[in-house]
Write a protein that binds this ligand. Structure first.
Ligand SMILES: Nc1ncnc2c1ncn2[C@@H]1O[C@H](COP(=O)(O)OP(=O)(O)OP(=O)(O)O)[C@@H](O)[C@H]1O
Ligand SMILES: O=C(CO)[C@H](O)[C@H](O)COP(=O)(O)O
Length: 314
C-alpha cells in the first residue's frame, strides 16, 4: 500500500505463506487466520495466478499444475519482494471454473499478506521471501478424502474425475509439493489411525522450527490445555505440539478470545466441510488457526522493529 504518489509505503507487510497440495486445507486454515487478524488488515495472494499456462495448454503439454515448469516462479519472487516492501503488484487471475486467465488486477498489500498455493517455496531463495512459512500436510488417505469430498460436493466433478486427477498428480506431489515441508517454519501434519476413522479422530501435529518454535516455547502453551496438548522438544531446536482430538472446545475458545478479543467469534473458527457437504466443527482446526494467527502477530513485532531500526540506521 503506498501514498498518493506511490513512493512511500504505508507499512511493511508481514508475508505469511500457507502452502500445501490441492485439498490440503489451505483455504480453510487461511480463512480463520484472516478473520482473526482482521479481514481489513490482510491481503491474499493466490499463487494459481502465477500459472504460465491455461488448463487446456497444460493438458496439451502433459504437465500437471504441480510441476514447477508451469509456474512463473521468477515473477512470483519479484512480486513477493515488492509486497514485502509495501508495494502493489499487478497480475492476471487464474479462473478455477474453466482454467483460463481473467483480466489484470492490482493487489495492494495490507499489514499481512497471506500467500496461498501449491508451490510457494520450492527453493530456499523463495522461502527467504516470507516472514513465516506454513506447510499443510494431511497424510495421503486424508488428502484423498478431503479433496474427493470438496471436488464432488462443491466443484462439480464426478468421483471418477477426482480419482483420475489424484492419480495423475501423485508423482509430482511427491517430487515437487511435499519436499517444501522440509523448509517450512511450521508443518501441520494431519493423520488418522485407520482409513475408516472419521474426521473427529484426526490427530493434528504441529512441527515448529526456528523463530516460530521459539515463540511457542516461550508461551508455554502445553500447560494451558492439560494432557490434550503435548509439547515435545526435538532435534535442532524444533518443537512438536501434539493436539489431541479431545482438546476441549471451551479451552480453545477461551484462548482465542483472550488473544483476539476483537475478532474471535467461537462459531466462526474450526469449520470445515463434512461428508454431506454441510458444515462441521473441529477443535484442533480452531486451535491451528489461532496458533498461526498468534504467531503472525508475535513475529510481526520484532519484524517491524527490525525494519524501523534498519531505516533509522540507513
Ligand atoms: N482439518 C480439517 N478437517 C476436516 N476437513 C478439512 C480440514 N481442513 C480442510 N478440510 C476440508 O478439506 C477440503 C479441502 O480444503 P480446502 O478447500 O481448504 O483445501 P485447499 O488446500 O485450499 O484446496 P485447493 O488448493 O485445491 O483450493 C474442504 O472440504 C475442507 O472443508
Ligand atoms: O486447486 C488447485 C490448486 O490450488 C489446482 O490444482 C490448480 O490450481 C490448477 O488445477 P486445475 O486445472 O484443477 O484448475
Amino acid at each position: 500500500m503506498s501514498d498518493a504518489q506511490g513512493d512511500v509505503p504505508r507499512h511493511h507487510p508481514f508475508v505469511l505463506g500457507i502452502i500445501g497440495d490441492s485439498g490440503s486445507g489451505k483455504s480453510t486454515v487461511a480463512r480463520g487466520v484472516r478473520e482473526l487478524i482482521g479481514a481489513e488488515r490482510v491481503s491474499t495472494l493466490e499463487l494459481d495466478d502465477y500459472h504460465r499456462y491455461s488448463r487446456a495448454e497444460r493438458q496439451e503439454l502433459g504437465l500437471t499444475a504441480l510441476n514447477p515448469m508451469v509456474h512463473n516462479l521468477s515473477l512470483m519472487q519479484e512480486h513477493l519482494q515488492l509486497l514485502r516492501r509495501g508495494r502493489p503488484v499487478r497480475n492476471r487471475s487464474y479462473d478455477h471454473t474453466d482454467g483460463s486467465f481473467g483480466p489484470m488486477r492490482t493487489l495492494d498489500p495490507e499489514e499481512v499478506v497471506v500467500v496461498r498455493g501449491l508451490l510457494g517455496f520450492p527453493t530456499e531463495e523463495l522461502a527467504a521471501t516470507y516472514d513465516l512459512t506454513v506447510f499443510l500436510y494431511p497424510e495421503p488417505e486424508l488428502l484423498f478424502r478431503w479433496k474427493l469430498r470438496r471436488d464432488t460436493k462443491t466443484r462439480g466433478y464426478t468421483e471418477a474425475e477426482v480419482l483420475k486427477s489424484i492419480a495423475r498428480h501423485l508423482l509430482d506431489s511427491k517430487l515437487y509439493v511435499l519436499p517444501q515441508a522440509d523448509r517450512a517454519d511450521l508443518v501441520v501434519r494431519y493423520e488418522v489411525p485407520d482409513w475408516d476413522a472419521p474426521d473427529t479422530e484426526v490427530r493434528t501435529t504441529l512441527i515448529l522450527r526456528r523463530a516460530a518454535a521459539e515463540a511457542v516455547r516461550r508461551d508455554g502453551i502445553g500447560g494451558r490445555f492439560g494432557e490434550h496438548v503435548r509439547v515435545e522438544d526435538g532435534e535442532g531446536g524444533t518443537l512438536t505440539v501434539h493436539v489431541a482430538s479431545t482438546v476441549s472446545r471451551e479451552m480453545v475458545d477461551a484462548w482465542g478470545a483472550e488473544l483476539f478479543p476483537d475478532t474471535y467469534e467461537a462459531a466462526h473458527f474450526g469449520l470445515h466441510q463434512d461428508d454431506e457437504g454441510g458444515e462441521a466443527h473441529k477443535v484442533p482446526l480452531a486451535f491451528t488457526q489461532v496458533l498461526i494467527a498468534d504467531l503472525t502477530q508475535r513475529l510481526r513485532r520484532p519484524h517491524e522493529a527490525a525494519i524501523v531500526n534498519a531505516s533509522t540506521l540507513a
